[in-house]
Design a protein around this ligand. Structure first.
Ligand SMILES: C[S@@+](CC[C@H](N)C(=O)[O-])C[C@H]1O[C@@H](n2cnc3c(N)ncnc32)[C@H](O)[C@@H]1O
Length: 262
């Protein structure tokens, strides 16, 4: 069996290797997925006020960090991929965003960012990519000021797994041709680690760490965090997706789970 440490090292190499692709995919302010689902939910749950100190964990190319800075927050943004941090910095060389290379599985490295010093912590679309989330949840609890909030968005563990099968069927319903979009799940309850293709067009697969809801949320509860906000955003009818059988067509299924904890 491969150790968590080895899996984390492999994941880091994979993200370093796809940094250029990821940076181009998201551009300055995010792709359709972020603009329609991730960003609005995260912003609603965070409700950031100007002057607040906010930590963005696993920031990728810095899209959310830039948005938080626009909203007036003082932002520290971290990722374990030095290549992605370089991409993020290059997008706004003169910005006051404090970018750091920090591994989210390293509790003491996270705590070194300053205990009880953040009004909010956000982690967008990354928990499913992080080999071990317990150190992060424990650290978040201590990084937050009293009453501070932690918002995460993640691939929805019930609907959006690397193993999800995307279907479309044509039915004759009382003389009307109807097209129904369906998802087939072949696994859920068992936590799994597997390589997934990711977004259409990704240059190489990367590791996904699937955790069913009870594993995901119990990790947060065990760290002393309490859930007080939840969203399950899905694409609205009529959204034009960029590929065949894209999430934009599955308007009854939320590909993203967004949660706020304190
Ligand atoms: C799907 S991307 C999301 C990036 C960004 N938050 C966004 O929403 O565009 C997942 C991110 O998690 C980061 N990541 C994965 N494991 C990590 C770890 N152990 N520590 C820090 N970052 C990690 C990757 O480098 C990548 O930037």
């Amino acid at each position: 069996m491969t150790s968590t440490r080895d899996l984390n090292a492999r994941a880091r190499q994979q993200w370093d290797e796809k940094a250029s692709f990821w940076d181009a995919l998201h551009g300055f302010d995010g792709n359709l997925f972020h603009k329609t689902l991730v960003g609005p939910s995260a912003e609603r749950l965070l409700a950031v006020k100007p002057g607040e100190r906010v930590l963005d964990v696993a920031c990728g190319n810095g899209q959310m960090a830039r948005r938080l800075a626009q909203l007036g927050a003082a932002v520290v943004a971290t990722d374990f991929s030095a290549a992605l941090i370089e991409k993020a910095k290059a997008r706004t060389p003169d910005s006051p965003i404090d970018y750091r290379v920090v591994d989210a599985t390293d509790e003491s490295a996270l705590l070194a960012l300053g205990t009880a010093s953040f009004d909010a912590v956000v982690c967008n679309m990354a928990l499913q990519d992080i080999a071990d989330i317990d150190p992060l949840f424990r650290a978040v609890k201590r990084l937050l000021r009293p009453g501070g909030r932690f918002v995460f968005t993640t691939t929805h563990p019930c609907f959006n797994l690397a193993s999800t099968v995307f279907g479309q069927e044509r039915l004759d319903l009382d003389g009307q041709l109807v097209y129904q979009m369906s998802l087939k799940q072949v696994e859920y309850l068992t936590p799994t680690t597997r390589e997934g293709a990711g977004a259409p067009g990704e240059p190489a697969p990367h590791l996904y760490f699937h955790r069913p809801l009870h594993v995901l949320l119990n990790a947060a509860f065990a760290a002393g965090l309490t859930l007080d906000g939840l969203e399950e955003p899905a694409f609205p009818e009529g959204t034009v997706g960029g590929s065949r059988l894209s999430w934009a067509e599955y308007t009854q299924f939320p590909p993203v789970l967004a949660a706020r904890l304190r």
